[in-house]
Design a protein around this ligand. Structure first.
Ligand SMILES: Cc1ncc(COP(=O)(O)O)c(C=O)c1O
Length: 395
């Protein structure tokens, strides 16, 4: 067997003695929580500097970042929050935690990002926030979404859980909207097992976010520690995770460069393969984070072969990605729970469903394939395996 056929795909995460030393340093310090240590604060400063955000607040995970963002905007029952349907369920779960209503704006077929041309039709006087997800680390028509948000007086939250280092018009994602939310969960391009961050350039929101994630306790003057002004939760990151993230930050530029280089190789291979098309990005996307390499499989070009069978034939790790969220039973179940019935009355789901059909998403979920980011860190021989997997399946 040739060497290139046996070269393994990279495992994830990547680490060395640097990560180990940073964890041991925290361990030996005995300062394991952010209240008495400095590792979380040091990471926040580093991530703010890297992204160009005025404020960075580290939180327990990406879901917590979204919950904090919605919490500081005082989202509650009766409010609508616009989301795209092609996303991880956490984007929608964060909205449901507040007994608010997720309203879907269908995705664009070429990018799988929110279709900005369909956004205004879904806005009502109840719309209190728009969550623009930077799916897979690409960026869609963020400019149009921001323009609509500004004109209609609706804050835009960027869900950048998959988009570390992605840029729109030369500026990091997460810094364009009112707030930006990141995840450092184990699969993510920046990883501390679990973890998250919220970015904002707004001083007042930053203060409020700190208090929200710290069980209502803001950065108060001595003696004011227990004067509570708002509700909150404990969504704090530990010092171990803060230290790990700072160590991992030392690798992200090099890893991102490699993913981009390998994604270009895949683009070139797919360009020669009818029936397989890489997902595009919006015009203003100047840097893709490639958390996922997403491409579309058109069964009709392969004699109607089912996607699962096609994936098997590829012989490399490939995923079929998300299911249509708007059709999953969790929404009907949520809307028939006591809290929702109290706020919206009985049979709210039926009304909701009429407004939330997403045919483009449905088709996309049936046709999309993903390569995960670790595959894009492959050396030349493992990359050749991926290229051959798509080229050999030419229709
Ligand atoms: C788009 C998106 N939003 C939110 C999240 C939630 O992040 P976490 O898993 O860190 O809570 C994820 C993570 O998978 C995600 O992919």
């Amino acid at each position: 067997m040739m060497a290139e056929e046996t070269e393994a795909f990279p495992t994830w995460p990547a680490f060395d003695g640097n990560e180990e030393a940073s964890l041991v340093r925290v361990l030996k310090s005995g300062k394991w929580g952010r209240a008495n240590g400095g590792a979380v604060a040091a990471f926040e400063a580093a991530f703010a500097a890297k992204t160009g955000a005025k404020h960075c607040l580290a939180v327990a995970n990406g879901t917590s970042a979204l919950i904090t963002a919605l919490g500081v905007l005082d989202i509650g029952p009766g409010d609508e929050v616009i989301v795209p349907p092609y996303t991880f369920i956490a984007t929608v779960n964060a909205v449901l935690r507040f007994h608010a209503v997720p309203i879907f704006v269908d995705v664009d077929a070429k990018t799988l990002q929110m279709d900005a041309s369909k956004l205004e039709a879904q806005i009502t006087p109840r719309t209190k926030a728009i969550i623009m997800v930077h799916m897979a680390g690409g960026v869609g028509e963020l400019g149009k979404v921001l323009e609509i948000g500004k004109r209609r007086g609706i804050p835009v939250i960027e869900d950048a859980a998959q988009a570390h280092l992605a840029e729109w018009e030369g500026k990091h994602v997460g810094t364009h909207g009112t707030m930006g939310c990141f995840s450092f969960q184990a699969s993510k391009n920046l990883n501390s097992g679990e973890g998250g961050a919220l970015l904002t350039n707004d001083d007042a929101l930053a203060e409020k976010a700190y208090a929200f994630h710290n069980n209502s306790r803001g950065r108060t003057q001595p003696g004011e520690d227990f004067k509570y002004r708002m509700t909150g939760a404990n969504l704090r990151l530990t010092e171990f995770q803060g230290a790990l993230l700072t160590a991992q930050m030392g690798r992200i530029e090099e890893q991102a460069r490699k993913r981009t280089e390998n994604a270009k190789r895949l683009d070139a291979a797919l360009a020669k393969t009818p029936g397989l098309t890489p997902m595009g990005v919006g015009k203003g996307c100047t840097r893709h984070a490639y958390h996922l390499y997403m491409f579309r499989y058109e069964a009709a070009k392969y004699g109607g072969k089912a996607r699962d069978a096609f994936m098997k034939e590829m012989g490399v790790p490939v995923s079929s990605g998300y299911v249509p969220l708007e059709e999953e039973p969790f929404l009907e179940n949520a809307f028939s729970s006591r809290g929702y019935e109290f706020a919206y009355g009985k049979n709210y789901f039926a009304k909701w469903k009429k407004r939330n059909d997403c045919p483009v998403n449905r088709k996309a979920c049936a046709e999309t394939l993903w390569f995960t980011q670790n595959l894009l860190l492959s050396g030349p021989r493992a990359m050749a395996r991926l290229e051959r997997a798509v080229l050999a399946l030419k229709s």
